[in-house]
Design a protein around this ligand. Structure first.
Ligand code: RIB
Ligand code: CA
Length: 305
């Protein structure tokens, strides 16, 4: 099987961690680099979380530290959802692993140039690093296969009434990415809210070995849903979109990111009915096969040792 080369950009919170578990162990993927961005928690914490996870799975994937703040706005984090550490609920070993001695944008640029084939960017946090990459190295677009992202919404938001967190934290970065001309697959909140792991599955996790115990620990501190009603796996949808695209109903359309709205900045305007007459710039997931997602998620997470 030819594996898909990916770079994963993350604001390592709890649902990011489960997406990384899948990205590391899915047989279809070749995870070449993890880059961190401030979002759920500070850049220091998201970067430490990435190093700890690579240690936990004894993975050889390099980690590069990225942007500490959005392009122009102050950071508003989501520690209330992920805990102060961003990955509360499990006592990870103190890591001696270190980040690459270059910033995320440089590491991405080098990784893209070193690849014999175009690389897919998987974005599961604010798009600050990717916007900086496209600004500083516009020529690298030819080395990028597509961007698969969790973010935005064709419905309501969770950061503000109409902005989802990843887009709402850094609307200017998101606008730059959606205006880049790159092929984008967007898994928005209206769909990822339905990507719920059941209480029964969650309760059984401690019996699924060392990774199951760790995931159960951090899930117990995750506040997007609950252990008794089910937990929303927002970021895991980006990995599912890559390896099981048929789990989603895709719609090609124009998407704009609002950056000026007093009450709506960060909103993704998903023009399903082509009211603006603009060319499509994204494939947007409008529905998900929940049972199929759950089957896939349990299979791929069972591969994590
Ligand atoms: O809105 C959900 C997204 O915001 C997820 O990526 C979650 O990790 C947070 O970053
Ligand atoms: Ca995230």
């Amino acid at each position: 099987m030819t594996r898909i080369p990916i770079i994963l950009d993350t604001d390592l919170g709890i649902d990011d961690a489960v997406a990384i578990a899948a990205a590391l162990h899915a047989p279809e993927l070749d995870l070449r680099l993890i880059t961190t961005v401030a979002g759920n928690v500070s850049i220091d914490k998201t970067t430490r979380n990435a190093l700890q996870l690579m240690d936990f799975w004894n993975a050889s994937v390099p980690v590069a530290r990225g942007a500490a703040t959005p392009l122009v706005r102050p950071l508003r984090d989501a520690a209330s959802v992920h805990g102060e550490s961003g990955m509360a609920g499990y006592s990870f070993e103190q890591t001696r692993r270190t980040v690459l001695n270059k910033p995320a944008v440089e590491a991405m640029h080098e990784c893209l140039n070193a690849s014999a084939e175009p690389v897919t960017l998987v974005a599961i946090g604010p798009l600050t690093n990717i916007a900086l990459l496209l600004t500083q190295y516009p020529e690298c677009k030819s080395k990028i296969s597509r961007i698969v992202l969790m973010g935005g919404s064709a419905g309501r938001g969770n950061f503000t009434p109409y902005a989802e967190f990843n887009m709402g934290v850094d609307p200017e970065a998101a606008a730059r990415v959606f205006e880049s001309g790159l092929q984008i697959q967007m898994c928005g909140l209206d769909v990822t809210n339905n990507a719920v792991l059941t209480p029964e599955y969650l309760a059984a996790l401690p019996t699924h070995g060392r990774s199951g115990k760790m995931l159960h620990g951090i899930f117990s501190h995750y506040r997007s849903g609950s252990m008794t009603t089910g937990l929303r796996m927002h970021d895991l949808c980006a990995i599912a979109a890559l390896v099981r695209p048929a789990l989603f109903e895709w719609h090609s359309c124009f998407v704009a990111v609002e950056t000026q709205g007093r009450w709506t900045s960060g909103a993704t305007v998903v023009d399903i009915d082509n009211k603006f007459g603009q060319p499509a710039n994204a494939q947007v997931a409008l529905d998900i096969d929940i049972a199929g997602f759950r089957d896939w998620a349990s299979q791929v997470l069972a591969l994590a040792p």
